[in-house]
Ligand binder design. Structure first.
Ligand SMILES: Cc1ncc(COP(=O)(O)O)c(C=O)c1O
Ligand SMILES: N[C@@H](CCCC[NH3+])C(=O)O
Length: 434
C-alpha cells in the first residue's frame, strides 16, 4: 500500500506514514515493522469476500504467520476467529483475552498437556489429525468439558504447485488422514457416535503460497465428493474447513488470487455442488495467514558494508541474518529490497544481501538491484510480515529484533528487542545428579 506520505516523499520509504529512518533511529535495527492498517484492511477484505455468500462462513486467522498480544487484539477487534497450532499460540491468544470459543486448535501431534490445556480453556474446536490424538483426547476428557467440538483433518491428495516443504496434501504428507483410506471413514463414524465429542466436519489445507485457483477448486471438489460419500455412510458433516494457503506477491511476476474475486467464486461453486450432490448447505471456513500479514511487514536493517569477491560477486552486509529472515534459505524465497532513503535512485549493481550469521548460506536476498549501498544507511526488505518474526531464531546467540506497529503516522512497540540478558535467561548451572 503506498501511503500519502510516501507519495509526498517518494525518495524516502514510509510505512504507515512513518519514515523508515525515524523508525530505525527510534527503535534500532534490525526491526520488524508491521503496518496495522494494511493488516486490518486485508482482514476486512477476506471477511467481506466470504460474507457475500449465502452460506454460513468464518475467517480464521492462522496465528503461525505472525502472533503477538497486540496482533491478537487486532484479530479480535476485526471479528475473525483464530487458528492456533501449539500450546504457546493458545497461551498468547488467551493471555490477550481472545474468546476461547472462537479458537480452532490444530497440530499433527498435540501433546497430552496441550490437549488438556485446550479442553480446560474451553477451546471452541479441536482439529484432530489422527487416531492417536483421538485416543489421547478420550483419555483426557472429563464430563465438565462437555461434548468437545471437533473437526477431522483429512488429505484430499491434491498436489498444489508450491515449495515441497509447504505443500501439505500430497498422498505421503504427514498431515491428516487420507480420504482414500477406509480407516478415515471408520474413525469419522466412531467420532460421530462418541458422546464426548461433537463432530462438526472435516478440514483440508493444500499448502502455502499457492497462486492457482484451480488447486483450491480441485480441493473443494474432492472434499465435497467426500462429504457426499460420508452422508451416504451416515456421517453428518456440517462444516467444511478449506484451510489457508492463499499466495501473496513477494516479487514482480508473482500473481496471487485476489480474495474479493476468488472467494465468492469458490463459495458459489461450493453452494452449487452441494445442491447437485444432495448435501445440506455447509458452513465454510478458511484459514489465511500469509495473505493477511505478509505484505504488511517490512524489515529494516543497517548496512555494515559491501564486498566484491575475487570471483566478482557483490555482497552487501546487513546487521540481521537468516536468524530473523529464514525463508530465503529454507524455501529459496525471493524478496524485493530497497535503500530506504534513496528509493528513487537508479540501481547500479546486483547485490546479494547477507547477514551476520556464521553460515555461507546466510542469504536474505539472492539478487537485489540497488544503488551502491553506503555504510550505515538503512536497507529495507519488503513483504516480511509472514513467517519472519514467527520463525526467528537465536542462532549465533543473536537477539531477536523488536517488532513495531505503525498506523496513521505513529508507531508503537509491540515486542521488545531481545537483550543479551534475555539470551541467558533460561540457562542454568546445575551439578550432575544421579
Ligand atoms: C492448517 C493450516 N492452516 C492455515 C495455514 C496458513 O497458511 P497460509 O499462511 O499460507 O495462509 C497453514 C500453513 O500453511 C496450515 O498448515
Ligand atoms: N512457514 C511457511 C509456511 C507455513 C507452512 C505451515 N503449514 C512459510 O514461510 O512459507
Amino acid at each position: 500500500m503506498i501511503s500519502e506520505t510516501q507519495k509526498v516523499h517518494p525518495e524516502e520509504l514510509h510505512i504507515g506514514g512513518v519514515s523508515a529512518r525515524a523508525l530505525a533511529e527510534k527503535y534500532g535495527t534490525p526491526l520488524y515493522v508491521m503496518d496495522e492498517e494494511a493488516i486490518r484492511q486485508r482482514m476486512r477484505e477476506f471477511k467481506y469476500a466470504m460474507g457475500k455468500s449465502s452460506l454460513a462462513t468464518d475467517v480464521l486467522y492462522a496465528s503461525k504467520a505472525f502472533l503477538t498480544l497486540a496482533m491478537v487484539k487486532i484479530i479480535q477487534e476485526e471479528d475473525l476467529s483464530l487458528d492456533v497450532v501449539s500450546g504457546g499460540e493458545l497461551y498468547t491468544a488467551l493471555a490477550a483475552g481472545f474468546d476461547p470459543s472462537r479458537i480452532y486448535f490444530h497440530g499433527n501431534n498435540k501433546s497430552p498437556e496441550e490437549l488438556e490445556y485446550a479442553l480446560a480453556s474451553g477451546v471452541g474446536t479441536i482439529i484432530v489429525d489422527n487416531e492417536d490424538e483421538v485416543e489421547r483426547m478420550e483419555s483426557l476428557w472429563t464430563p465438565s468439558n462437555g461434548p468437545q467440538s471437533i473437526i477431522l483433518r483429512v488429505n484430499p491428495g491434491i498436489e498444489a504447485h508450491t515449495h515441497e516443504y509447504i505443500s501439505t496434501t500430497k498422498n505421503d504428507s504427514k498431515f491428516g488422514l487420507s480420504i482414500f483410506q477406509e480407516e478415515t471413514l471408520l474413525l469419522l463414524q466412531r467420532l460421530q457416535e462418541d458422546p464426548r465429542f461433537s463432530l462438526q466436519g472435516i478440514h483440508c489445507h493444500i499448502g502455502s503460497q499457492i497462486f492457482e485457483k484451480s488447486s483450491f477448486f480441485a480441493a473443494a471438489e474432492e472434499m465435497l465428493q467426500y462429504v457426499a460419500k460420508l452422508y451416504s455412510q451416515g456421517v453428518v458433516i456440517r462444516t467444511l474447513n478449506l484451510g489457508g494457503g492463499f499466495g501473496v506477491r513477494y516479487v514482480e511476476g508473482d500473481e496471487p488470487v485476489s480474495p474479493e474475486d476468488f472467494l465468492p467464486e469458490l463459495l458459489k461453486i461450493v453452494e452449487n455442488r452441494c445442491q447437485e450432490l444432495g448435501i445440506p448447505p455447509l458452513k465454510i471456513l478458511i484459514e489465511p495467514g500469509r495473505a493477511i500479514v505478509a505484505n504488511a511487514g517490512t524489515t529494516l536493517y543497517r548496512v555494515g558494508g559491501t564486498k566484491t569477491t575475487f570471483g566478482g560477486k557483490n555482497y552487501v552486509f546487513v546487521d540481521g541474518s537468516m536468524a530473523d529472515h529464514i525463508r530465503t534459505v529454507l524455501y529459496g524465497a525471493e524478496y524485493e529490497a530497497v535503500l530506504a532513503e534513496r528509493m528513487t535512485e537508479l540501481p547500479e549493481e546486483t547485490y546479494t544481501i547477507t547477514g551476520k550469521a556464521c553460515e555461507s548460506g546466510d542469504i536474505l536476498v539472492r539478487e537485489a538491484r540497488l544503488p551502491k549501498p553506503r555504510k550505515g544507511e538503512i536497507l529495507a526488505i519488503l513483504s516480511t510480515g509472514a513467517y519472519h518474526y514467527s520463525m526467528a531464531s537465536n542462532y549465533n546467540r543473536l537477539p531477536k529484533p523488536a517488532v513495531v506497529m505503525v498506523r496513521e503516522g505513529k508507531s508503537r512497540l509491540v515486542v521488545k528487542r531481545e537483550t543479551y540478558e534475555d539470551l541467558i535467561r533460561q540457562d542454568v548451572e546445575e551439578e550432575y545428579e544421579a
